[in-house]
Every structure is written in structure tokens, then in C-alpha cells.
Design a protein around this ligand. Structure first.
Ligand SMILES: [Zn+2]
Length: 83
């Protein structure tokens, strides 16, 4: 399953709302009213420093879960397999 970075979702929504403001489809207030914290979902965020710490921790976890590079098959295993 693909995980979508909630920060990128937030930024994409913000960019789309900026375009709507620029073409005068919505007011700046309307654009901001629907924006929520990408971590807790509150608008405005109830605890920005806590949510920032959570995002930072999530980022570290994502870095640890990076799929390791493909390693060559050990030669002793290849010998056992007759290759
Ligand atoms: Zn928040």
C-alpha cells in the first residue's frame, strides 16, 4: 500500500486554493477556512509544536523504513543452488 505524505496533501490543497483565490473564485478567508493541520486535522491547529514534533518523528520513521538496496546473492548460496 502506498503511503501519501500528509504534508504534500496539505500543500497540494493549499496550492489549489491559491489558484482559486487568484482567479477570484473564492476569497482568501474562504481559502483559509477549510485548511486544517495536516497532522491533527484541526483548523487552526490546537498544538502546533506537538504536531510539528509528530511530523518530525514520522519523517524519521519513514527514513528507517526505506527499502534496502538489492544485495547480490551470496556466492555460497549460489553454490548450494548449483549455479
Ligand atoms: Zn495540528
Amino acid at each position: 500500500m502506498t503511503t501519501i505524505d500528509p504534508r504534500l496533501v496539505f500543500l497540494a490543497r493549499a496550492a489549489a486554493r491559491l489558484i482559486l483565490v487568484e482567479v477570484e473564485e473564492i476569497s482568501p478567508d474562504d481559502a483559509l477556512s477549510g485548511m486544517a493541520c495536516p497532522t491533527c486535522g484541526a483548523s487552526p491547529c490546537v498544538n502546533p509544536s506537538f504536531c510539528a514534533a509528530c511530523r518530525k518523528a514520522d519523517g524519521r520513521r519513514r527514513e528507517r523504513n526505506v527499502v534496502p538496496a538489492i544485495r547480490p546473492t551470496p556466492s555460497r548460496l549460489l553454490k548450494k543452488l548449483g549455479r
